[in-house]
Ligand binder design. Sequence first.
Ligand code: SAM
Ligand code: SF4
Length: 334
Amino acid sequence: MNAPLIDPFARAISYLRVSVTDRCDFRCVYCMSENMTFLPKKDLLTLEELDRLCSAFVRLGVKKLRITGGEPLVRRDILTFFRAMGRHLDSGALDELTLTTNGSQLEKYATDLYAAGVRRINVSLDTLDEAKFARITRWGKLPQVLRGIDAAQAAGLRVKINTVALQGFNEDELFTLTDWCASRDMDLTFIEVMPMGDIGNEDRIGQYWSLKDLRARLAQRGTLTDLPDRTGGPARYVRVDATGQKIGFITPLSHNFCESCNRVRITCTGEIYTCLGQEGHSDLRAPLRGSEADHDLETAIRAAIALKPKGHDFDYSRQKVDGQVSRHMSHTGG
Ligand code: SAM
Ligand code: SF4
């Protein structure tokens, strides 16, 4: 029963991303509509259920666990869950426990996260301009996030900044953002905007800024060298020769990275999505709630992995949004 999780395309599943809530204290325009309807609380996995589920994956060979959402740090008592997962780091079963956050609660939680075993975090930040930040997140306050980043670094957490590349929005901040990250010794990764969820009146093609173009602009200022190290993830990295800074690009649209995909995602209601860009999913909540023993759960996990598709179908090349999936990023977890 403890054989590792291998999918039909011989990819070993070693990376689990778990959304612990669909709620958020921001309403980023590319992620949510302003008036979101959130799931009833009873549909969410409890912290104990999340613990059982993640622990089952760790038993089956998952080495890296990323907690996301929604905003993971707005879930009540979430530190209890981080501390619980910390035991898998202590035992050596898990190599890394990490999270993706909008940074709003980091001032409060950074020290406790470090104490729970977290060493690296991703903070999403699309602009360093306070007014633009308020516009893109609708509800967010930039100074609060910057204080959170300060607190994270002071606590000893390594911070990587994730920036969604948005045409007509942060093109003019390309160098401001890269230089700011370099000055604070933070890695930076740019992400292409993806067609996820119904977000109201936003024009996705209008938002889309190809990272090919972004990279070309970076290269105008100085030589970039491609870095060979692939983490099995979607990011490709370059080094800015003049400064040594490492910059990542996540290009789900202009480059397909599915062949090395080692990850699966779990929603806050216990659905497993084995591909971010496909609708196919399986329910793990029923086997989780149906029995206190984990046998049925592990069987359901294996059955889901056996259905992992070869890849996604996002495509903007025909000037219309192909391969769009209806769920929000905050549902599956970014
Ligand atoms: N709330 C946390 C945060 O913002 O970091 C974690 C969840 S959020 C859904 C994870 C990441 O998804 C963020 O970096 C966000 O910018 C990104 N994201 C959300 N919607 C997206 C979209 N439509 N296309 C590309 N990235 C998106
Ligand atoms: Fe919230 Fe993150 Fe989505 Fe922004 S990207 S609305 S912070 S879940």
